[in-house]
Design a protein around this ligand. Sequence first.
Ligand SMILES: [Zn+2]
Length: 226
Amino acid sequence: MKLIRLPSEFDASYTPARGPALLLSCMDLRFMDEIIMFMDHDGLTNRYDHVTLAGSALGALGGDAKYGPPDKKTKTPATFPCLTGSFFAHLDWAYQLHHIKDVYVIEHRDCGAYGLMLQAEGKFPPAPPADPAADREADVHGRYAGRLQKLIVQWVAHKKAEDAAKYKDLDLGFHSFLMGLRGEVSVLPPVDDEPPSPAPTWGSCSPTATTPEIAVIPPVKRKVKA
Ligand SMILES: [Zn+2]
């Protein structure tokens, strides 16, 4: 039997979305229907662009150089800047195409991508502790939500400096949530744990003029019967 959740089960202690939004969630197949239900409840039916990246905020940050899995060649922790480039390209296009006003980030418990990208730092007990103060899983997700929020703020300032006319209406609210395995959603307070980088990077997804090689298939020679 599938449980239907009532709106009262969702946390509504935050400011509602002001207009179209961009939603960032993990790709995890277990949460897609609950995510849609949550966005519907929040009044955003057909009003959000949906970007899915493994690890949600952690994925958009391209992992963490402190904890990443060892690179096969260098043996140093690996990061994934292509994911950061993909996220910020989509954020840019969501603003240009749909004039988004808010960014929603939905993290979730038992995220396999956290384990892959952070190794032991991203692995947690199967059930959250009774004491919220001891909830390391929520704290770690809050850390990366906080870092992503800070990077988005820097990106907004960068785009406005780059082209003031084009980005004059760019003003993004930020909301982060943590979804449990039963689809319950709570507000995830972003944790501000590091100073803003003086030279932030938004990944590597710049347009290029490279022309893809076109494979030329030789014509098939057919035998003609005499
Ligand atoms: Zn996940």
